[in-house]
Design a protein around this ligand. Structure first.
Ligand code: ADQ
Length: 474
């Protein structure tokens, strides 16, 4: 059986529970099949002599059960240009439709290219002829092109965890043509949703003159690329086990005791401008103002894990959240009731199910999101006989699948507040009906489905490309 080689910006120890959708999904996959996980160690070094401290040709190797972890360090300049610069100041904002937050700087583009070359140089000698390579996310778009330039002929698939913006927004990136050409070095590009597919295909047709062939293939730059939508799922069984474990149960009973007389609303996110946190607080404020029966009764717990704190836009968001939460508590709070509990910390993964289960309503209202696994985790943690209600942004990738949630436009605080009110007053029968339909979807399209569907499609793409190539070769 071929070995699976995963490449992503960060590598997580599979033994440890990690925050971040990508880490969670990959960890589950690799533990089952075994293989190698290659990426940045998360460490930087300031001079070349430190770099030599790396073993194995600049790669740290570590075996964890059936998984080999292979990591490289970055120098400070690469960290600033590749990671902070291009990945998080160009690609992340543009792909989330935030051209206003993008900072285009030629040094970022060259750092991005340099680190992708470095990854390819370090990875290539570790590869075996029948390895299947699966590259993840926006940090590594040109990796396959770099590997191909070194002579790598292995199957290489790419999965983008974030959304694809409309073609004209994509075209605002000065290097967009190079990025598009680089994508054609893959055999398969996987996206989260049908709407991402539509944007990608339209973009490739209009900007690269690509030809759309039957069965999801695009032809351009003398290469054939398969494109597919593979909405990422979660491990429903693992989450149910976590909910039944001691920490999960402890959390549940503590929350129930603390909030026995209250309705609990919950938000769990990374503190990121794509997650629509200020808009969510404003919608909650609108709810308290226009549906006063919720005063002294409803409490919003908003957990916002610190994220990318080296970036200015995140500082601004932090200040805005401090101020909005302070104002709502100051204006509406009572001695025995605070409307919002805002916690700027990570919650241990083991405690999340208990927190989800004790909440009547989850507010998952990003302005834009590739998928959003919190929405699915909330559903999986509910008591099927008395489930909570999911209020979900129509701009989260998850909205394409989770149609029985209460879908909202997060820019519209009045409409969102109305949906929250509806969630808080929804009869038990309707809650059960919606929850069981949603559970059927997340069970069917779980993380195992996601991994298998992507890898099967990659193998098929390689077979089909070989077929295409044959007549030309003879
Ligand atoms: P993220 O933007 O990180 O991921 P998300 O899908 O919500 O977003 O994944 C978050 C994961 O981290 C979940 O497993 C959640 O439990 C955990 N998490 C989030 N906030 C936390 C907190 N405050 N404390 C503890 N744990 C927390 C990117 C894309 C998403 C896409 C995923 C997977 O931006 O759109 O769904 O990748 O593809």
């Amino acid at each position: 059986m071929s070995r699976l080689v995963i490449v992503s910006n960060r590598v997580a120890d599979p033994r440890k529970a990690a925050a971040g959708g990508l880490a969670v999904a990959i960890k589950d996959g690799l533990q089952q099949t075994g293989g190698m996980w290659f990426g940045w160690s998360g460490k930087t070094f300031s001079d070349a002599s430190d770099a030599n401290a790396n073993n194995h040709n600049g790669v740290h190797m570590q075996s964890v059960g059936r998984v080999q972890l292979a990591t490289v360090d970055l120098n400070q300049q690469d960290y600033e240009t590749y990671y902070l610069g291009y990945a998080n100041n160009v690609l992340w904002p543009v792909f989330h439709n935030r051209l206003d937050l993008a900072k285009f700087d030629v040094r970022f583009g060259s750092g991005y290219r340099r680190v992708n070359q470095l990854f390819a140089q370090r990875l290539f000698p570790l590869l075996k002829p029948d390895d299947i390579i699966w590259v993840h996310d926006y940090h590594l778009i040109p990796l396959a092109a770099e590997l191909r330039a070194m002579g790598c002929g292995n199957p290489i698939g790419f999965f983008l965890h974030i959304p694809v913006p409309p073609p004209l927004i994509m075209a605002a990136i000065p290097e967009h043509e190079w990025l598009m050409r680089s994508l054609f070095a893959y055999d398969l590009v996987g996206l989260q949703t049908q709407s991402d597919m539509m944007h990608f295909v339209r973009y490739a047709e209009s900007e690269a003159g690509a030809e759309w062939l039957p069965d999801g293939y695009l032809r351009a730059f003398n290469r054939t690329l398969r494109v597919g939508a593979f909405p990422i799922g979660m491990d429903v069984g693992e989450f149910a086990d976590l909910a039944d474990a001691r920490e999960g149960l402890d959390m549940f009973s503590r929350m129930r005791a603390e909030y026995s007389r209250r309705e609990l609303l919950l938000g769990v996110d990374r503190l990121d401008y794509s997650k629509g946190l200020p808009q969510r607080i404003q919608a909650f404020r609108y709810l308290l103002e226009h549906y006063p029966e919720n005063r002294k009764r409803a409490t919003l717990i908003q957990i916002a894990a610190p994220s990318r704190e080296d970036l200015g836009a995140y500082d601004d968001l932090r200040r805005e959240m401090d101020s909005l939460c302070g104002a709502i508590n100051g204006d509406y709070g009572e001695l025995d009731w605070m409307p919002v509990r805002y916690i700027h910390r990570n919650v241990a993964r083991k405690r999340l199910p208990g927190l989800y289960r004790s909440s009547q309503v989850a507010l998952v209202t990003p302005l834009r999101d590739g998928m959003n696994l919190v929405a699915k985790e909330f559903l999986a943690a509910q008591d099927p006989a008395d489930p909570g209600v999911l209020v979900l942004s129509r701009f989260a990738g998850a909205a394409e699948q989770l149609k029985e949630a209460l879908l909202v436009n997060p820019y519209d605080s009045q409409g969102t507040a109305q949906a929250i009110q509806r969630a808080l007053t929804m009869p038990l029968g309707e809650r059960i009906e919606r929850h069981s339909a949603l559970m059927a979807t997340i069970r069917k399209y779980d993380v195992h489905w996601w991994r298998n569907a992507f890898l099967d499609s990659l193998k098929e793409a390689v077979r089909a490309t070989e077929q295409h190539a044959k007549p030309h070769a003879s």
